[in-house]
Write a protein of this length. Structure first.
Length: 331
C-alpha cells in the first residue's frame, strides 16, 4: 500500500466581516462579553445567495493550484459539511463541476465539527487502497444559514468559510526504497498518520441542528465545555501515540476552532512545549464547524508558521458526539 500526504492547502472566506459591535446591534451582548467568554473578535458571513459549494470551490481551486496539479489528476472529492442546503447534486459534485474535474468520485460527508478530520482519514484510506491517486478533501460551511440570529448564546459563535487539502499518494518509487515504516516516517514520507476517531451517540443532544421552525444550531454550552476538556485530551494523546509521537514532539496543533477559552483549556491538559504553534483562527473567523480545521491549517501553512514536514496534530470534535484526530506532516 502506498502512503499518503497532504500536498497543499487552500482557504476561502466570504468578504463580509461581522464584528462583535455589529452583533451588539442585533442582540443584547457586548464586545467585552464575547471576547472574554469565547476569544472571538470577528467572523465572516456569506451573501444570501452564496452557497456552501460557492465557498468550497475557491478554497479547493487554491489547494489544487498550490499542489501543481491539473483538474483531471483528481480522482476523489470529499466535502465535509453540516450546514449545506443542497443535497443533490452533492456539494462535492458542484465543486468538481466548478473546477472542471471531469470524472472523480464526489460525495458529501456530515460528521459535524469532526467532519474534515473524518473526511481526511476516509480519503487517505481510499488513496492508500489505490482507489485514487490524488484527492481533494474540503471542509465548508455556511453556518449563518443555520444560526438563530435572535439567540445571543449561539449567534455570537458562528461563521462561514472553507478550507481544502490535496491528499496525494506518496510515490511508489519512494516507498519502495523504505521497507521500514519508521524510516519512511522520518523521511517525511508518511504524511498522514493513523486516525483516532469515534463517537458517543448517547450524548448526541449536546450539540444539534434543531429543525423546529428552521434548522438552527443549538448546544448545551457548559456540558460541551466539560466534555471537551475532560475527554478530548486522551483522544489527542492517542492520535499522537498512533503516529509514534508524544504531544511534546508536536510542532503545531490545529483543533476545531470552537472558542479560544475551550482550546486553551484543552491544550493546557496536553503539556505541549512552549514553542508549539497553536492555531487561533477562531479569533478572526469564529466557529466554522467542519471548515475550521482546514481553514486554520491552510492559514498557518500560508504564513509559513510551521516548517514543511513538521508534525501537526489535527483534532475535530462536536455534534454526534463525535471526534477524529490525526498527526499530519505540514505541507
Ligand atoms: N452576551 C451576553 N450575555 C450572554 C451571551 C452573550 N452573547 N450569551 C449568553 N449570555 C448570558 C446568559 O444569558 C447567562 O445569563 P444569566 O446568568 O443571566 O442567565 C450568562 O451569560 C451565562 O450563560 P451561559 O450559557 O451559562 O454562558 P457560558 O459561560 O457557558 O458561556 C459559551 C457560553 C461561551 C458557549 C460556553 O458555554 C462555552 O465556551 N462552551 C463551549 C462549547 C462551545 O464553544 N461550543 C461551540 C459549539 S460546539 C462545537 O463546536 C463542538
Amino acid at each position: 500500500m502506498p502512503g499518503t500526504r497532504i500536498a497543499a492547502m487552500g482557504h476561502h472566506q466570504p468578504d463580509r466581516v461581522l464584528t462583535n459591535d455589529d452583533l451588539a446591534d442585533l442582540v443584547d451582548t457586548s464586545d467585552a462579553w464575547i471576547r472574554r467568554r469565547t476569544g472571538i473578535a470577528t467572523r465572516r458571513i456569506a451573501a444570501e445567495d452564496e452557497t456552501v459549494a460557492d465557498l468550497a470551490a475557491p478554497a479547493a481551486g487554491k489547494a489544487l493550484a498550490a499542489a501543481g496539479l491539473a483538474p483531471e489528476d483528481i480522482g476523489l472529492v470529499v466535502l465535509a459539511t453540516c450546514s449545506a442546503r443542497d443535497r443533490c447534486p452533492s456539494n462535492a459534485a458542484q465543486v468538481a463541476r466548478a473546477l472542471g474535474i471531469p470524472s472523480a468520485v464526489a460525495y458529501d460527508l456530515n460528521n459535524g465539527c469532526a467532519g474534515f478530520c473524518t473526511a481526511l482519514a476516509s480519503a487517505s484510506h481510499s488513496v492508500r487502497a489505490g482507489a485514487a491517486r490524488h484527492a481533494l478533501v474540503i471542509g465548508a460551511e455556511k453556518m449563518s444559514d443555520v444560526t438563530d440570529w435572535t439567540d445571543r448564546s449561539t449567534c455570537v459563535l458562528l461563521g462561514d468559510g472553507a478550507g481544502a487539502a490535496v491528499v496525494s499518494a506518496v510515490p511508489d518509487d519512494h516507498t519502495d526504497d523504505h521497507t521500514d515504516a519508521d524510516a519512511a516516517a522520518e523521511a517525511g514520507l508518511e504524511g498522514i498518520g493513523p486516525v483516532e476517531w469515534g463517537s458517543d451517540p448517547t450524548r448526541g443532544e449536546m450539540v444539534r441542528l434543531l429543525d423546529d421552525w428552521q434548522p438552527h444550531f443549538a448546544q448545551e454550552g457548559q456540558a460541551v465545555f466539560r466534555w471537551v476538556t475532560t475527554e478530548l485530551p486522551a483522544v489527542a494523546r492517542r492520535a499522537c501515540e498512533r503516529a509514534g509521537l508524544t504531544p511534546g514532539d508536536l510542532a503545531g496543533v490545529v483543533t476545531h476552532q470552537a472558542n479560544l477559552r475551550l482550546i486553551e483549556a484543552l491544550l493546557d491538559r496536553l503539556g505541549l512545549p512552549e514553542d508549539t504553534v497553536v492555531a487561533q483562527d477562531v479569533v478572526e473567523s469564529g466557529n466554522t464547524s467542519a471548515a475550521s480545521v482546514p481553514m486554520a491549517l491552510a492559514k498557518l501553512v500560508e504564513r509559513r508558521e510551521i516548517a514543511p514536514g513538521a508534525p501537526v496534530l489535527l483534532l475535530g470534535f462536536g455534534g454526534g458526539l463525535s471526534w477524529a484526530g490525526q498527526v499530519v506532516r505540514c505541507p
